[in-house]
Design a protein around this ligand. Structure first.
Ligand code: THU
Length: 142
């Protein structure tokens, strides 16, 4: 897949920071925003959605993937993720949890880009393969 350009990276980083405002977090008060770029150039946003039964909580990454899939999107280029406490700018990088890495694996190839964001100027670029090496995918059971 062709590498993202600076403009695409910047737009995704800003959209992930902005998406933190969409999070529903009455329990942890930890707001995560995710911005997903399709290969056609559409950016979708999602936040984490918590539940009084904590295990029913949905991470921001899965929210944005499920939004996109349920709208018919299937080809993805990159996701940016930003997380931090409510009312503050993030103070650290928020890496995707293991379940979200596995959900990304379902829909993306190994070269899918994952941008882990601290702020508008500080972010790290990974591929899915970097964060989920030797992952389990559908090709194993078809
Ligand atoms: N969270 C995410 O949204 N993404 C992750 O990858 C890790 C954790 C959310 C879930 C929960 O609402 C809060 O962060 C604290 O775990």
């Amino acid at each position: 897949m062709k590498a993202l350009n600076e403009k695409e990276i910047k737009a995704l980083v800003m959209a992930s920071l902005d998406a933190r405002s969409l999070a529903y977090t009455p329990y942890s008060h930890y707001k995560v925003g995710a911005a997903l770029l399709t290969r056609e150039g559409r950016i979708l946003q999602g936040g984490n959605i918590e539940n009084a039964s904590y295990g029913a909580t949905n991470c921001a990454e899965r929210t944005v993937f499920f939004k996109a899939i349920s709208e018919g999107e299937r080809d993805f280029a990159a996701i940016a993720i930003a997380g931090g406490m409510e009312g503050e700018e993030p103070t650290d990088y928020a890496y995707p949890c293991g379940i979200c890495r596995q959900v990304i694996k379902e829909f993306c190839r190994d070269d899918f880009q994952i941008i882990v964001v601290k702020n508008a100027k500080e972010y790290q670029l990974y591929t899915l393969e970097d964060l989920l090496p030797h992952g389990f995918g559908g090709e194993s059971i078809r």
